[in-house]
Design a protein around this ligand. Structure first.
Ligand code: ZN
Length: 641
């Protein structure tokens, strides 16, 4: 582990921020909100009295990006008083911590605050270092062998008041002049010092010693199983969607890198992978054990049993679904309500794999008991968060495929669907920037092979396709039929009609596996019910594709797939309508531009955002009883009404 300390500042809080960020930047030390840090100072309060203040990491802040306001200042004297109590339930402890703050606006102090108060040292740093956990998570732990008297070892106690009290009892009796840290079994490492730099140096030193022991003393890594990643084939894509169908509306991401495939290829996978997580706080993200294989129902039953074996009356059961699936053929699947949650589960499990493999090389990997892990998974502080969380957005866990996603109506549909919680696979001729809940892929919709590849990539990322919005289209220049150019005619039908027919064929098996039923909303046109002169190719292509959608509504109803169409008109805030084209068309009708934009019954301007919202709404429960419908969104048109 590299020591990355560069400069020291005269302000101890600045140095604490620096040390925190250095720990946070290293995923082998802390992951996703794990770890915490503190510094003790003497400061005058508002009355001018000098008070001892503990600045400790606030919850909700990540060490990697923490800033000064991320630290909560608490009265140390009060914290020491609290430590004299025999017991203090966690929700009361959190209340007492808030009451000990010197700043009412400060974030909630870390749940490990009292442990920071127990240690008298000025600077205290805590991480969940992989290498240290590897030494503790063994049938025969090796902490003393590696560290000798440099650390005090604390048996596993759940974070909170009990852990702080346990440490208070060990201090100062077990601490010697050589002590530079505390190892919490199955949890992590604390180091301390007079300055943040000293605590940081010791942290890196101890982690480096553990790493050296693990990598140096034993036989080289033995590779198991396949080392080449399996390809994304249509068979694998469908199998993934089939599994997700049994799980329900969740995001399922597949991982097939060489390291993961080697782990899932281990002959002892079912044994080593089901002993429990590396540290108990991971249960919130990964559940206690992954599902090995594909028996979702079996996992569900086992989870219910685990709940009934360990729960007391007032606990509310979480969903009994796995968050990690390990399958020798499919690789690792990570699961979450949002793509971000599936990503966090993946990050955590990759580290778990490393810890299990290292532990198995130097001994026998062992995790905490099911009861200890249950207590963490169903910790009252976590359950309270659930009660506060409220209902998730309607499309949470669902995925939409939108073509023509980079601009205009397609882009507006992407935004509206994401706003309702959907993850989106966006196809366009140009690649768009991806985010956790958005996969922008480059594909020409008339090239069915590249569309198939994009669909497979989308399913690998999100696990399936629940909604499809074909929005890519072309609007050729106005041409009378007498002067039609065959190439333009064919190109218009190829993009606006043929490509969608092929897309429908490709997405049907996936939509059929959508847990909440598949939905298609076609972006058609006002030109279907009311064609315009000069727009023969466009009007014909949109009429044909509307008829395609109507037949799909008939054919796919037994598969619980709803197919509807919208007919927008005069949506001027799209790329097609440059200021020049707009000025020309307005002049053609002898109207001012603003008049031209609003030449509909309602005298209103239809925006692409309005079309996007309608499309998202038609995918929602509001339209659960509607299929085969065509909904105009044109401000009202005399020829349509
Ligand atoms: Zn911790």
């Amino acid at each position: 582990m590299e020591n990355r300390w560069t400069e020291t500042s005269p302000d101890p809080i600045d140095d604490c921020v620096r040390a925190s960020r250095l720990l946070g930047a290293e995923p082998d030390l802390v992951l996703h909100g794990g770890g915490n840090t503190s510094v003790k100072l003497i400061q005058p309060d508002i009355t001018g009295h000098e008070v001892e203040v503990l600045y400790v990491k606030g919850s909700g802040w990540d060490l990697a990006s923490i800033e000064r306001p991320g630290f909560a200042p608490l009265r140390l004297t009060r914290l020491r008083q609290l430590l004299t109590l025999e017991s203090l339930p966690d929700n009361q402890m959190m209340n007492e911590l808030r009451c000990a703050l010197l700043d009412a606006k400060a974030p909630d102090p870390s749940v490990e605050t009292l442990l920071h108060a127990v240690l008298p040292h000025k600077s205290v740093l805590h991480s969940h270092a992989d290498a240290v956990i590897t030494l503790t998570n063994l049938q025969q732990p090796l902490v003393k062998e590696v560290y000798g008297d440099k650390v005090v070892v604390v048996p596993y106690v759940m974070p909170g008041f009990g852990l702080a009290r346990t440490c208070a009892e060990l201090f100062p009796g077990q601490f010697t002049d050589d002590t530079i840290g505390v190892v919490l079994m199955n949890h992590g490492l604390f180091t301390f010092g007079d300055t943040a730099k000293e605590a940081y140096d010791r942290h890196i030193q101890l982690v480096t010693e553990a790493e050296a022991y693990i990598s140096g003393s034993f036989a080289p890594k033995v590779a198991f199983g396949a080392s080449s990643a399996p390809k994304a084939t249509m068979g694998a894509t469908l199998e993934l969607a089939r599994l997700r169908n049994q799980i329900g509306p969740m995001i399922v991401t597949r991982h097939t890198d060489a390291q993961t495939m080697a782990f899932v290829g281990r002959p002892d996978l079912a044994d080593v992978a089901t002993r429990g997580p590396a540290t108990p706080d991971h249960v919130i993200r990964t559940k206690r054990v992954p599902l090995v294989g594909r028996d979702i129902d079996g996992y569900r039953r086992a989870y219910e049993q685990y709940f009934h074996d360990n729960a007391t009356a007032e606990k509310i059961m979480l969903d009994p679904l796995p968050r990690v699936i390990l399958d020798p053929e499919l690789g690792m699947l990570t699961i979450g309500r949002r793509a971000k949650d599936a990503d966090i589960a993946a990050d955590i499990y990759r580290h778990t794999i490393k810890i299990i493999e290292d532990a198995e090389r130097i001994g026998t990997y062992q995790a905490l008991s099911a009861k200890d892990l249950f207590d963490m998974e169903y910790w009252e502080l976590e359950q309270a968060k659930l009660k506060l969380a409220g209902a998730p957005a309607e499309f949470t866990g669902e995925t939409a495929l939108v073509t023509g996603a980079a601009s205009g109506i397609g882009k507006a549909c992407v935004q509206a669907l994401r706003a309702k919680g959907a993850s989106v696979i966006g196809l366009d001729l140009t690649e768009t920037d991806s985010a956790a809940d958005y996969l922008g892929l480059q594909a020409d919709v008339t090239d069915s092979e590249s569309v198939a590849k994009a669909i497979a990539a989308g399913v690998e990322r999100f696990g399936g396709i629940d909604m499809v919005v074909p929005s890519a289209g072309v609007f050729p220049p106005s041409t009378p039929i007498a002067q039609l150019d065959a190439k333009t005619w064919r190109r218009t039908l190829a993009v606006n009609t043929d490509a969608i027919a092929e897309l429908f064929t490709q997405v049907h098996p996936l939509l059929k596996l959508a847990p909440n039923g598949g939905r298609v909303v076609l972006i058609a046109s006002k030109n279907v019910p009311a064609p315009g002169p000069g727009a023969a190719a466009y009007s014909a292509s949109k009429a044909a594709v509307t008829q395609l959608a109507r037949v799909a509504a008939l054919e796919w109803a037994p598969d619980r797939i709803r197919v509807n169409a919208v007919h927008p008109d005069a949506v001027f805030d799209t790329g097609v309508w440059t200021p020049e084209v707009l000025a020309q068309r307005a002049a053609h009708y002898g109207l001012a531009i603003e008049e031209y934009k609003r030449r509909n019954l309602l005298r209103t301007e239809v925006t692409s955002a309005a079309v996007g919202r309608l499309v998202a709404e038609m995918c929602s429960r509001t339209f659960a009883f509607t299929t085969g419908a065509q909904v105009p969104i044109d401000g009202g048109n005399e020829r349509v009404v």
